[in-house]
Design a protein around this ligand. Structure first.
Ligand SMILES: NC(=O)NCCC(=O)O
Ligand SMILES: [Zn+2]
Ligand SMILES: [Zn+2]
Length: 463
């Protein structure tokens, strides 16, 4: 069994910051000790002096190869997980999709087939429910038992992923019984479709109208509604990609009442705004995602929500579409622009920049990007921390390095960066996934198929 010793770094977890040597035996962390106090021998010694030693990132919201609007998200499981590793993320949870008329099993099998043998890092699945009926409700129980313990439903996208309130309630009731966690895409899709039609009829076709029709009030309304449905069902609910301060206020209010309501936001809502959607020459299409980017004022509320723990998780919602040939499908009609942004490679760095900028503390960085997503989705202990027994998913992060984000240097299979030209203080130096080096000093050392499928327990955060 290979023994790896990481010496001299500052180990940062959600719980503490401590100068410690970290001993890895095979794929697991074996022990931590005050530097120089043990006579550990190792096959490989990694000098982390002056660096942070942090758990690998857990990105609980990605869409590799996702079908959307007649095309597919540009990253495969191979390219997307490699890019994630470059950015210090060692676990993703992607969304398997049940298409209308299909069983959950058929959808899940299709996603296993896409990912199996391809991933550079470990991965799990949530299940998107787009056809709630007696049979899919029953199937949910079996999925929870086998490690798919979370289900996403949509109040948006009528005719595609949309579920009406009755279906959402039924899925929540089922989850209340089987321990699953319902994740909600909360926007009033029916009202949005009316506004889309009206905007297009007025000749408002540019990408910026995507942000205007998907109103903050309609995110807030749907957020309020799904919280109430969850309360009626006696189920917890996790609201994905929260972008509007009004929606966050609904979550905060529910939490004040003691309800098990949780929220996730994404780097794009923290760092980008409707200014990007308004970029000329159709460049705004690069920033079309749903929920949409909001005016800058919303960012302060989201940062505050992350500090107060009204928002618990930052995931990427990585769903990349190339500008050329994919985003361009919506020239002349913003509603045909495939929704989604690339970002799986950038999350850990952007959040470190947020530490440098004073938005969050170092431990909160690790909490929202590693520990809580692992806990929320039943992976904690194995993922999300540096402790004896945990998988040796470890990142050596150099806080003194500098980098500029660019499509010219990123590793995602997409022809633009949403953060082009942004300066970042800090950079990943080395990444280990279950004890194996996958990134080291600017070189990818991993391989497709190293990443294994993770069967997850039910949430360790909710109950
Ligand atoms: N978010 C987005 O625009 N695309 C991915 C699908 C979703 O998460 O709703
Ligand atoms: Zn969504
Ligand atoms: Zn998503």
């Amino acid at each position: 069994m290979t023994r790896t010793l990481i010496t001299g770094g500052l180990v940062i977890t959600a719980a503490e910051e401590v100068h410690a040597d970290v001993l890895i035996e095979g794929s697991r962390i074996a022990a931590l000790a005050t530097p120089g106090t043990q006579n550990w021998t190792a096959d490989r010694v990694v000098d982390a002096t002056g660096k942070y030693v942090i758990p690998g990132g857990v990105d609980a919201h990605t869409h590799m190869e996702m079908p959307f609007g007649g095309t597919f998200a540009a990253d495969s499981f191979e390219s997307g997980t490699r890019a994630a590793a470059w950015g210090g993320t060692t676990t993703i949870i992607d969304f398997a999709i049940q298409s209308p008329g299909q069983s959950l099993r058929t959808g899940l099998d299709a996603w296993h087939a896409k990912a199996d043998g391809k991933c550079a890092i470990d991965y799990g699945f949530h299940m998107i429910l787009s056809d709630v009926n007696e049979s899919s409700l029953k199937e949910m129980d079996g999925l929870v038992a086998e490690g798919i313990s979370s289900f996403k439903l949509f109040t948006a996208y009528p005719g595609v992923f949309y579920s009406d309130d009755g279906k959402i309630l039924r899925a929540m009731q089922r989850a209340a019984g089987n321990g699953g966690l319902i994740m909600m895409h909360a926007e009033n899709g029916l009202a949005i479709d009316v506004l889309v039609e009206q905007a297009l009829a007025r000749g408002e076709t540019d990408p910026r109208y995507h942000g205007e029709v998907r109103k903050a009030l309609l995110e807030a309304e749907a957020t309020h509604r799904v919280i109430k449905l969850a309360q009626v069902a006696g189920a917890p609910v996790y609201v994905v990609h929260v972008s509007a301060r009004e929606a966050l206020a609904e979550i905060a209010r529910a939490r004040t009442e003691g309800l098990p309501v949780f929220g996730e936001t994404c780097p794009q809502y923290l760092f980008l705004s409707t200014d990007n959607l308004a970029e000329p020459d159709f460049e705004g299409a690069k920033y079309v995602c749903s929920t949409p980017l909001r005016p800058r004022e919303h960012q302060a509320a989201l940062w505050r929500g992350l500090r107060t723990n009204d928002l618990q998780v930052v995931s990427t919602d990585h769903c990349p579409f190339c500008f050329t040939g994919q985003k361009e499908l919506g020239r002349g009609d913003f509603s045909k622009i495939p929704n989604g942004l690339p970002g799986v490679e950038n999350r850990m760095d952007l959040l470190h920049q947020a530490v440098v900028d004073g938005h969050i503390s170092r431990r909160r960085w690790i909490e929202i990007a590693c520990a809580t997503p692992a806990r929320m989705f039943g992976l904690y202990g194995r993922k999300g921390t540096i402790a004896p027994g945990a998988d040796a998913d470890v990142v050596i992060y150099d806080p003194a390095a500098e980098q500029t984000i660019s499509a010219a240097t990123h590793h995602m299979a997409v022809d633009y960066s949403a953060y082009e030209g942004r300066r970042i203080a800090g950079r990943v130096k080395t990444v280990l996934s279950r004890g194996e080096v996958v990134i080291d000093r600017g070189e990818f050392k991993g391989r497709p198929g190293h990443g294994v499928y993770l069967a997850r327990s039910t949430s360790q955060y909710v109950r």
